[in-house]
Write a protein that binds this ligand. Structure first.
Ligand SMILES: N[C@@H](CCC(=O)N[C@@H](CS)C(=O)NCC(=O)O)C(=O)O
Length: 218
């Protein structure tokens, strides 16, 4: 049985969305980020990323993390690549070349996009208004214009990240690009990225995952 550690309001969404697309059963353990726990010493404090019992699972103190019948993995995008390969089907790679491309695009998302996309989200959306820094957001948007143009050109071929179908690579890249959605100007300049992300987020399993996320306390 697959166990996914992490609240919905975390990068665990990536793995939960994929598991739902694969149609595999899983158990979710709602480990919350330690900074969101007002008093970690209080009686009844929730399981969090620095809880001793969770640190035994992931010494990095980060979610998500999975335990798949004893195989323990962290790193959300690597977890998705593993699950897609294990369970096969169209979400996984059809051959070694696709496998390599799925890895490449996942690493591209983390290295070229995630940091700046997070800065956009934090400084335009998630931080309290008084703590947002518009200049940081502007600088991050400027830095993302290049990667967005690259992805926009890439999507000309099939409208998907790898092959001509929706795969785990679309989930991995879409979940990182999602953080930049507070910058509509990036999507206006990259219409294929805009259409591709809208199609990914229109999928029933994405909507089902997001409904659960929205139902979770902020
Ligand atoms: N590269 C890691 C990053 C994981 C990560 O930073 N997760 C955040 C939550 S989204 C976390 O657990 N932070 C620890 C904390 O805030 O306590 C991955 O993709 O899984």
């Amino acid at each position: 049985m697959l166990t996914i550690y992490g609240v919905y309001r975390s990068r665990a969404t990536r793995n939960i969305w994929l598991a739902m697309e694969l149609g595999i059963p899983f158990k979710q353990v709602p480990v919350i980020q330690v900074y969101r726990v007002p008093d970690t010493k209080a009686a009844g404090a929730p399981l969090h990323t620095q809880s001793p019992e969770f640190l035994k699972v992931n010494p990095n103190g980060r979610v998500p993390c999975i335990d798949d019948d004893g195989l323990v993995l962290c790193e959300s995008l690597a977890i998705n690549l593993y699950l897609a390969k294990k369970h096969g089907g169209p979400l996984g790679p059809a051959n070694l070349g696709e496998d390599a491309q799925m890895t490449m695009w996942s690493m591209w998302a983390v290295t070229e996009v995630e940091g700046n996309a997070l800065l956009v989200m934090q400084n335009r959306l998630s931080k309290p208004a008084a703590e947002r820094d518009p200049q940081i957001a502007e600088k991050a948007v400027a830095a993302l214009r290049g990667p967005f143009a690259v992805l926009d050109r890439h999507l000309v071929s099939s409208g998907h990240i790898v092959g001509d179908r929706f795969t785990a690579a679309d989930i991995n890249v879409a979940e990182v690009i999602r953080y930049a959605q507070a910058a509509p100007e990036l999507f206006e300049a990259a219409p294929r990225v805009k259409a591709w992300l809208a199609a990914c987020q229109a999928r029933p399993q994405y909507k089902a995952m997001m409904a659960k996320r929205d139902a979770e306390p902020a």
